[in-house]
Design a protein around this ligand. Structure first.
Ligand SMILES: [Fe+2]
Ligand SMILES: [Fe+2]
Length: 236
């Protein structure tokens, strides 16, 4: 791809088509500061409603529990897109070029779904070490939120993909900024080591602060990917 700007990189320089981008400490700090300096997207009504519900149920403070719920919800647009695109690809046998582009979307959705899954599994580990709250609040409410968000992502994607990409861009932008602030609020995490059963899958980081900075950076790439997809015609 000729243009090597951030949006082009978000599409071509990321798995499944490019290498995994894992940053070193100095670069992670720079990217966190860049996030803190950058304005937030003007979120859509549905995204704002979701953030409002999360604030009401889990409180306005940034907590590990709240980020765990955020990551559980974060997977579902990718699941919905994979589902819709996979159905679409079965009806494109007479147009191989189009089928290839649709299938590339399926592959991106699968990879990003897994990326969100690693985020979730590591948050699960951290929350388990400091478990609190009721079964309803920890298990039922997040599943209800994820179910509703899946339906909305699926339906908007089936009608007009740009709507669904916009919703996800809003969500990822929120996640990127929230992670950057979360790290800023916890200077003690600079010297907190993080040991996980998923290090082999997600990478090793010297501190909990750097782990969250990398997750926040992933969220930015997700946002850029959705912003690029919003601007592109359907499956091109
Ligand atoms: Fe995530
Ligand atoms: Fe994300």
């Amino acid at each position: 791809m000729a243009d090597e700007g951030p949006i082009a990189r978000a599409i071509s320089g990321r798995p499944p088509f490019g290498p995994i981008e894992r940053l070193e400490h100095a670069r992670l700090r720079e990217e966190q500061q860049a996030t803190l300096r950058s304005p937030r997207r003007k979120a859509s009504i549905s995204a704002r409603l979701l953030f409002l519900v999360m604030d009401r149920v889990y409180g306005e403070a940034r907590t590990l529990e709240k980020f765990r719920v955020l990551e559980l919800v974060a997977r579902v647009p990718y699941q919905a897109w994979e589902n819709v695109a996979y159905v679409a690809v079965t009806h494109t046998a007479s147009q191989p070029g189009f089928a290839r582009r649709v299938f590339d979307r399926v592959r991106i959705s699968r990879w990003e779904q897994d990326n969100e899954q690693w985020h979730l599994l590591m948050l699960e580990e951290l929350v388990a070490a400091d478990a609190a709250g009721s079964w309803l609040r920890n298990r039922v409410v997040p599943q209800v939120l994820a179910f509703g968000y899946y339906q909305l992502s699926w339906l908007t994607f089936a009608i007009k993909p740009a709507w669904s990409y916009r919703l996800n861009a809003d969500f990822e932008d929120h996640a990127e900024h929230e992670y950057a602030l979360f790290v800023q609020e916890h200077p003690e995490w600079e010297t907190t080591t993080f040991n996980s059963r998923f290090t082999e899958d997600f990478g090793h980081y010297d501190s909990l602060a750097d782990l969250f900075r990398q997750i926040g950076y992933d969220e930015r790439l997700h946002k850029l990917q959705s912003e690029a997809a919003m601007a592109a015609p359907r499956f091109t």
